[in-house]
Design a protein around this ligand. Structure first.
Ligand SMILES: Nc1ncnc2c1ncn2[C@@H]1O[C@H](COP(=O)(O)OP(=O)(O)OP(=O)(O)O)[C@@H](O)[C@H]1O
Ligand SMILES: [Mg+2]
Length: 345
């Protein structure tokens, strides 16, 4: 049994224009001790996916289908009380906006101690205080500042406090949403090292949402590439970076500063992701894809399996046999850009 099994998950937001499908038929598994990176452009549903898993969707958001099994139990059918018990102890989240996740009316120490005492009844005040000190030192915060309120911290300090809190109970699953973006490189390295140490000790797993390709390369075993609420492609980190089968990943890869080839052009994919309220039929990526055909604009792609990757592109199986040179060529992506520019005029 996998630690986490997400199957056909759909998450909607109620908006003025109707329901927006922020997560659309997403399926993946996460094994014990495994790290899965989640990448994709802004607005593709990464944070929504993490919030649905830990159960903190805002009022406008709701799970509309599918299941999220954690250690064999479906989180989507649990009561609020059952889910609260899992939070921090079993599943914790390092949130993208730390201010919203810390309670403004309690000091940081009160919040961490409360989490410890709720989940580990019998832990004495002295021991809880020791954990707070240890966690503060770990994330590079002065333990004397633990009695401050969240608003007295800077953005970076709040993010560190958030990380301290998320790691305090050594959870089985850590959802890390841009965990280190507000931190400098040295601190980022230290925190990632500590997270992997904790992972070794308790065999916890992590979902790592990040725009930072080097973080994915260093910490993740597999990567899920999301596009407009859907899985575009998922597979082992090396294959995703070196030999992807989905044109979106191939295009996205070109935007990544390649760690090995520093002279590579930083080219991003032209255009924007589609609306989520009334998405186009067929493949969501078709209008930006240089390889798209009529079929792509009408038929939604099924999963294709190649070399350990699951790719949702009609032509994934043709990438190795004929299309890779075209998909890899800078010309291909420049031409779409040019075509779109003339088309838009
Ligand atoms: N409270 C909300 N109400 C309505 N729509 C929302 C709400 N929160 C998010 N959305 C929409 O859901 C989609 C997915 O948002 P989400 O925050 O999950 O994206 P993301 O991939 O985390 O983006 P980023 O990389 O910018 O953090 C977006 O189109 C966003 O506008
Ligand atoms: Mg986000």
């Amino acid at each position: 049994m996998s630690l986490l099994e997400v199957d056909g998950l759909e998450v909607y937001y109620e908006t003025e224009d109707g329901p927006a499908k922020a997560v659309d038929d997403v399926s993946f598994t996460l094994e014990e001790g495994e790290n899965l990176g989640i990448v994709g452009e802004s607005g593709c549903g990464k944070t929504t996916l993490a919030k649905a898993i830990i159960g903190i969707l805002p009022d406008a958001g709701y799970v509309n289908g599918g299941s999220i099994e954690f250690k064999g139990d479906d989180l989507t059918t649990m009561t609020g009380e059952q889910r609260r018990r899992l939070k921090w102890e079993e599943i914790s989240m390092i949130a993208q906006s730390a201010m919203n996740s810390l309670n403004p009316v309690y000091t940081i120490r009160e919040q961490i101690v409360e989490a410890i005492e709720t989940h580990r009844p019998g832990t004495g005040r002295v021991e809880s205080t020791e954990i707070v000190t240890e966690m503060f030192e770990l994330v590079g915060l002065d333990p004397d500042r633990a009695d401050d309120y969240p608003h007295q911290f800077s953005g970076g300090m709040r993010q560190r406090a958030m990380i301290a809190m998320a790691l305090a109970l050594e959870p089985s699953l850590i959802l890390a949403d841009e965990p280190t973006t507000a931190l400098d490189v040295i601190m980022q390295d230290q925190i990632l090292k500590r997270i992997s140490q904790i992972q070794d000790e308790v065999n916890s797993s992590m979902l790592v949402i990040t725009h930072d390709v080097s973080v994915v390369a260093e910490t993740c075993d597999r990567v899920l590439v999301m596009y407009a609420g859907k899985v575009a492609e998922i597979g082992p980190v090396d294959e995703i970076f070196n030999q992807p089968y989905h044109p979106y990943t191939i295009g996205l890869k070109r935007a990544f500063p390649n760690i090995r080839k520093t002279d590579q052009d930083l080219l991003s994919i032209k255009g924007y992701p589609p609306e989520l309220v009334d998405p186009p039929e067929g493949c969501r990526f078709a209008e930006r894809c240089p390889l798209a055909t009529e079929k792509c604009r009408h038929e939604e792609p099924e999963a294709h399996f190649n070399n350990g990757l699951r790719s949702y592109c009609h032509y994934a199986d043709d990438i190795d046999t004929e299309l890779r040179p075209v998909a890899d060529s800078p010309m291909t992506w420049e031409q779409t850009a040019a075509a779109q520019q003339t088309g838009g005029d």
